[in-house]
Design a protein around this ligand. Structure first.
Ligand SMILES: [Cu+2]
Length: 164
């Protein structure tokens, strides 16, 4: 009977792309806020390890709908006006995945925004026209390397020469 192989994990310095069925058992929770009339998510960058379970809470501060999508992970949800949605998944793939607003919401589209020439008026993107593809961030999943550590440890070999 083969004993249980203990797998060790090592975080690579670089970003890989291989899929994995490994779960680290680590749960990471983040709240992402779509800032009011700024067409941006905060934070715009989230970093986790491959195999982590991720719980996202996404908050829309605007009085109109946005969306939240990560194509590589098959995520695309409408983010209702002044609403909150949640997403939960295990990050099986490593890499850098864009998340973005998947609803047409350009700052120049709707005169009810009262933005001069459609320009965003506050935040780091002030003075620019922002649309849903500008309304984005990145989701960084660090790769795992799986190391087999199933060899017997010689320091712990059972020794019964001391019997009697
Ligand atoms: Cu949007």
């Amino acid at each position: 009977m083969v004993g249980i192989v203990v797998a060790g994990v090592l975080y690579k310095e670089f970003i890989g792309s291989s899929g994995s069925t490994l779960e680290t058992g680590v749960v990471k929770e983040f709240t992402i806020v779509s800032k009011k009339l700024e067409w941006r998510f905060e934070p715009a960058s989230i970093e986790i390890n491959q195999g982590d379970r991720v719980k996202l809470t996404i908050v829309n501060e605007d009085n109109f709908d946005h969306g939240f999508a990560i194509n590589a992970l098959g995520i695309d949800q409408r983010l209702p006006a002044n609403g909150t949605i949640t997403e939960e998944f295990v990050a099986r793939k490593s890499g850098v995945f864009q998340f973005y607003c998947s609803v047409s919401c350009s700052s120049s589209d709707n005169s009810s925004f009262n933005l001069e020439d459609g320009f965003v008026q506050t935040g780091p993107d002030a003075g620019t026209v922002q649309g849903h593809f500008d309304h984005l961030g990145e989701f960084i999943v660090r790769a795992l390397e799986v190391l087999g550590l199933g060899e017997d440890d010689p320091d712990h070999v059972h020794d019964d020469t001391h019997a009697h």
